[in-house]
Design a protein around this ligand. Structure first.
Ligand code: ADP
Ligand code: MG
Length: 627
């Protein structure tokens, strides 16, 4: 028989909280695919600009402060939740926003391979829950990838390291502290076989939290001095956040950093600013407890792997936040090992995803590299606890798959009816380590029906958990008696109405995406973007409130300076002016501050003529300031 061999390109993607990257295999080595501007890291920020153009990357990041209601960062932290994200008046799910980031990656892949079907390996934090993994997979599919595999980020980092160091055997500790999540894994390498022994982490701990600690510190100083909380001003808050990240990064190499923001917010028509010096030790004091938490996880994972500190041979540091000296110093002190410096903290995960893609596609099959992974948490169901004297209490956690079990894994367990004549039972699925389900994370529930009537405890239901290589769980229940088999999966319960929704979402995202002629991070010129064709509007009409919003905000006439455009330009200008203030001499500064306030007022009043006039004056002042 002649078997046709179809081989689609496979890429590896690090879909990060802060930055994303895409890799592929070339000449037996993983490489990142750069954008046309040469950048391979893509800030994970999405903007829908006033013209309806979807912009992903650095330009979107730059607009976070000026257009907070049109841009979104760190959406990964919302993945798996039902939180609605409103962007430019339209509602999105977290995976739809992520899909925009992935569409940008798809564009890069298409440039390399030509448009067509492309498989993707996408990474997630080892500690991501089932919903978060599903949401990630779905985001990839919404973006048009065939999602071949979801792999854990620390495992990916170890793979990229492993490919270059096939001869190095030993126990590696991978410490990954990025923008949004913390992951720590122990990986054993032996003759090219890479075995994850244990994983732990925190889904809500990373550089973002350090930024917010600084933001709060800044805000409290402003509050104490001026009696106004700048966090209540959406733009002031975004500005402090941007400044906080800058200060944090600078403090990784410097001992003192000064902050000089003449205009953060406004009180009684007067500008309120912030001028302060931040020392490294002040910053350390702000984040110490968070770093200490990561060290606790690290000690736990070493114990989970049944090792002690002296068994750890190497430490691989991954993620931008590992550039903070406190992180390196604390790890070195605790483990007595200087972390490896030949792992690129920003690229290792995407490169490792590419290695996994290469293993899958056969491009790296000669390498001899093999990787196995583990389930980072226990998974099981809620049962009745037997108390003394025959009493029972609901809500006890009965694990079916234990933490750090090698995956893929299938485990079954039998459970018995708890009442006379019971014909149905609720299968409530949880993950976590606590003996009571209420302290664990709930994955879902379904009803198992059709159990034959019988005495209490006489009917068995066999529950099977299949945890696949993607870290996604499938649950099946079966009534054991009388040879009659019936099963239902958690997935059926979850997916029932999803197909149609999915198709609709794909279409909607594509419409939004195509609204734009090739706008990407390196496309500076927003002027070329086309407006919505009014005939396309009915495509959006199922979004509640959207048409009204469009009527108000979108101008389809010839007039280029539609009020909203002007408004957005005004906001951008204001932002630019605020930034420029810091470097000005005081006479000019005072003038500009006055004009900025007028601008703010004109924006609020929505007086087009006044706005145009003030914008001209601000622009003049800015031009003057440059000379
Ligand atoms: P993610 O994997 O979450 O996308 P990254 O690994 O790209 O994150 O890391 C991004 C985080 O690292 C951000 O919070 C960023 O501020 C932080 N970061 C980047 N460089 C530095 C630095 N030199 N010092 C401190 N933090 C840094
Ligand atoms: Mg990362």
């Amino acid at each position: 028989m002649n078997q046709e061999h179809t081989s689609r390109p496979v890429v590896g993607i690090d879909l990060g909280t802060t930055n994303s990257a895409i890799g592929y295999i070339r000449g037996g080595k993983p490489k990142l695919i750069a954008a046309t501007n040469g950048q391979s890291l893509l800030p994970s920020v999405v903007l829908i600009d006033p013209k309806g153009t979807v912009i992903v990357g650095q330009n979107a990041k730059d607009a976070l402060v000026a257009m907070p209601d049109r841009s979104i960062a760190a959406v990964k932290r919302k993945m798996g939740s039902n939180e609605e994200i409103v962007l430019a008046g339209q509602t999105f799910t977290p995976e739809e926003i992520s899909a925009f980031i992935l569409k940008e990656m798809k564009r890069r892949a298409d440039e390399l391979y030509g448009e067509g079907e492309i498989e993707a390996v996408i990474t997630v934090p080892a500690y991501f829950t089932d919903e978060q993994r599903r949401a990630t997979k779905r985001a990839g599919e919404l973006a048009g990838f065939m999602v071949e595999r979801i792999i854990n980020e620390p495992t990916a980092a170890a793979l990229s390291f492993g490919l270059d160091h096939l001869q190095e055997d030993g126990n590696f500790l991978v410490y990954d502290l990025g923008g949004g999540t913390f992951d720590v894994s122990i990986v054993e390498m032996f003759s090219g076989v890479l075995e994850v022994k244990a994983s732990s982490g925190d889904r809500m701990l990373g550089g973002e939290d350090f930024d917010w600690r600084l933001v709060n510190w800044f805000a409290e100083q402003i509050l104490a001095e001026h009696g106004i909380d700048p966090r209540l001003d959406i733009r002031g808050k975004a500005m402090l956040k941007e400044e906080a990240e800058r200060v944090k990064i600078a403090l990784s190499t410097e001992n003192t950093v000064s902050v000089s923001l003449p205009l953060v917010t406004v009180k009684d028509n007067h500008p309120v600013g912030l001028a302060v010096e931040v020392t490294r030790s002040q910053f350390v004091a702000l984040i110490e407890d968070l770093i200490a938490q990561t060290m606790e996880r690290m000690s736990e994972v070493i114990k989970d792997a049944e090792l002690s500190v002296k068994d750890i041979d190497e430490v691989l540091l991954v993620g931008g936040s590992t550039r903070i000296p406190l992180v390196r110093d604390t790890i070195s002190a605790l483990l007595g090992i200087v972390p490896r410096s030949d792992v690129h903290p920003d690229e290792a995960v995407a490169l490792g995803a590419a290695v996994q893609a290469g293993l899958k596609s056969g491009l790296l099959s000669e390498s001899g590299l093999i990787a196995t992974d583990v389930a980072p948490f226990s998974m099981g169901i809620a049962v009745l606890a037997e108390k003394s004297g025959g009493r029972t209490r609901p809500g006890e956690f009965s694990p079916i798959i234990g933490r750090n079990t090698v995956i893929p894994v299938t485990r079954s367990q039998k459970f018995y009816t708890s009442a006379l004549g019971q014909t149905a039972v609720a299968i409530e699925v949880y993950q976590g380590e606590h003996e009571w389900v209420k302290y664990n994370h709930r994955l879902g529930e379904f009803m198992m029906e059709g159990i034959p009537e019988n005495w209490k405890g006489q009917e068995a239901v066999e529950v099977t958990f299949r945890y696949n290589l993607n870290g996604i769980l499938e649950v099946t229940a079966r009534s054991v008696s009388s040879g009659e088999e019936m099963s239902i999966t958690l997935q059926d319960a979850l997916n029932r109405n999803n197909r149609r929704e999915f198709e609709e979402s794909v279409q909607r995202l594509q419409e939004l995406w195509e609204n734009v002629p090739q706008a990407s991070e390196d496309d500076e010129n927003l002027e070329d973007a086309s407006l919505f064709d009014p005939e396309d509007w009915d495509l959006l009409s199922d979004i509640p409130g959207d048409l009204d919003e469009l009527d108000e905000n979108w101008d389809v006439s010839e007039d280029d300076e539609a009020p909203t455009m002007l408004h957005e330009d005004g906001k951008l200008l204001m932002q630019q002016a605020r930034k420029t203030l810091a470097g000005m001499e005081s006479g000019q500064q005072a003038k500009l501050i006055d004009t900025i306030q007028e601008l703010e007022q004109a924006l609020q009043e929505e007086d087009v003529d006044k706005l145009k006039h003030v914008m001209e004056r601000v622009t003049d002042l800015l031009i003057d300031a440059e000379f």
